[in-house]
Design a binder for this molecule. Structure first.
Ligand SMILES: *Cc1c(COP(=O)(O)O)cnc(C)c1O
Length: 471
């Protein structure tokens, strides 16, 4: 299996090569040259597998340049820190089942892919005898998932920028309590956008980037997308039996279109998913796109801070991979759409609009702060269960579009403990933290404060970065 660019340029890459390259050389995103498929008999044969074994099967279709035994070892190690079941399913009534993706170390679904990425990155760096200094900006979940996945690795260091004083106490503790030598928390005197601008400045400085082996593990990373495909297969196999309803729908709380893209890939591969329901919060560029066919990213000023903050996006970086399939894998149409967007601030898929639902099964909806609170309350009243605000956005939209007789899965993307203020607002209760979480919140914190200045950041990285041994 090789990987080509959504913009049609550059040489095809292997799976391992895409890990470190990030963007394709022409600025596009890496996609499988041919989408792998899974037939019904193979799918049935996977029923008895444990999660890491299923992950080896599914990822083996993508990572064809990694020997099977090595892949099996990596999936076992990636999910060792999870409970035995890794991804538990639980019904909350009304034909809705939650798919628990937040059982990992940072209590959000990003651990599912990041833990695997940590394994495969170290493995590949070993193979090519190199090192990588991961530079990123975070406003919460991504940074902590990356740090927990990469901590203690020999060939990777993490430099994670966050806006000083603007993360929740929980998010700060999750990152800053780590004391591994290869994890560098940097609190920038600025807002999240300033952090992102600094990352772009350094990543755009080709000489600096090469000298210091800088890389990224952001949401366009192909290993993350493929690792997320696994749990769609898992959830389908758990929610059906040999005789049961073969088709079911999935609702995905969405931001950058990473998670639901993986569901789309699973469907393309042959998994019987009926609807892929995209749920947004008030930052609903994607709901707008799936309803109207017009994609109009927003500026920072039009992007609002909500109580489901991990979905507060202004543009959806992975949408390009879907557009590529929508346009029949015609890269020139992708390039034309992006040119249109540059010129007029939006593009319009026009006649292709009905295909989003009829051919690809997409549906979408928006959930607001009031919806979130009402859903957290009603789920709690009906089942005694607590759900986090992002999952509540998913449940809100799922309830609206659910079809009689078609089971609906909703992906649980975070644990409520991460968002205690919203739970308090909805239910008037204080959450109890488990002892290990309490210990994390009380642990000493490790963070370097830097001004919002690219040269200060350059100097810090130059001093702390890992460098290749034999040079
Ligand atoms: C990142 C995140 C999302 C959005 O996922 P995308 O892949 O960006 O669509 C939703 N919920 C939570 C809790 C997240 O951390």
């Amino acid at each position: 299996m090789t990987y080509i660019s959504t913009r049609g340029g550059g040489e095809p890459l292997s799976y391992s090569e895409t890990l470190i390259e990030g963007l394709a050389r022409d600025g596009g995103l890496a996609v499988p040259a041919v989408m792998p498929t899974v037939d019904a008999a193979t799918l049935e044969g996977w029923r008895g597998l444990r999660y890491p074994e299923l992950a080896t099967e599914v990822l083996g279709l993508f990572a064809t340049d990694i020997p099977r035994d090595d892949l099996a070892r990596m999936t076992a190690d990636a999910y060792a820190a999870f409970p035995e079941e890794v991804v538990p399913l639980r019904s909350i009534g009304d034909g809705i089942t939650l798919v628990g993706l937040s059982e990992g170390p940072t209590l959000a679904f990003k651990d599912m892919a990041m833990q695997f990425l940590g394994q495969v990155l170290e493995y590949q760096l070993e193979r090519i005898d190199s090192v990588l200094n991961v530079l990123g900006a975070t406003s919460g979940d991504t940074g902590s998932a990356a740090e927990h996945a990469l901590r203690g690795k020999d060939r990777v260091a993490v430099f994670m920028l966050s806006p000083q004083g603007r993360m929740s106490a929980f998010q700060r503790a999750q990152m800053f309590s780590l004391d591994d030598a290869n994890v560098h928390n940097i609190a920038v005197d600025g807002v999240f956008d300033d952090c992102q601008t600094l990352v772009k400045q350094l990543a755009g400085d080709v000489a600096f980037k090469q000298d210091h082996r800088l890389g990224a593990v952001n949401s366009i990373n192909l290993a993350r997308i493929t690792a997320q495909v696994v749990y769609y297969f898992w959830a389908w196999l758990r929610a059906t039996d040999e005789s049961g309803p073969a088709e079911l729908s999935v609702t995905v709380p969405s931001g950058n279109f990473g998670n639901i893209l993986s569901g789309f890939y699973a469907k393309q591969m042959g998994l019987p998913l009926r609807r892929l329901v995209l749920a947004t919060n008030e930052n609903n560029v994607l709901d707008e796109f799936f309803r109207t066919g017009v994609y109009r990213p927003r500026g920072a000023a039009e992007t609002v801070a909500t109580s489901s903050p991990s979905m507060d996006i202004s543009r959806a970086s992975n949408l390009e991979r879907f557009i590529f399939e929508l346009f029949g894998r015609d890269a020139s149409r992708v390039v034309a759409a992006w040119r249109e967007l540059d010129e007029q601030g939006f593009f319009d898929i026009g006649d292709d609009l009905p295909r989003l639902r009829d051919e690809f099964g997409f549906e979408s909806g928006t959930s607001t702060h009031a919806d979130r609170l009402a859903t957290i309350r009603s789920v709690h009243e009906q089942t005694g269960e607590l759900v986090d605000p992002h999952t509540a956005d998913g449940i809100t939209v799922a309830r609206r579009v659910r079809e009689e007789g078609v089971p609906m899965l909703v992906l649980e993307t975070a644990k409520p403990q991460k968002f205690a203020e919203t739970i308090r607002e909805a239910l008037g209760i204080e959450l109890e933290y488990a002892p290990d979480v309490r210990a994390m919140l009380d642990a000493p914190q490790h963070v370097t404060e830097l001004p919002n200045d690219a040269d200060a950041l350059r100097a810090f990285i130059a001093e702390q970065a890992l460098s290749p041994r034999a040079e």
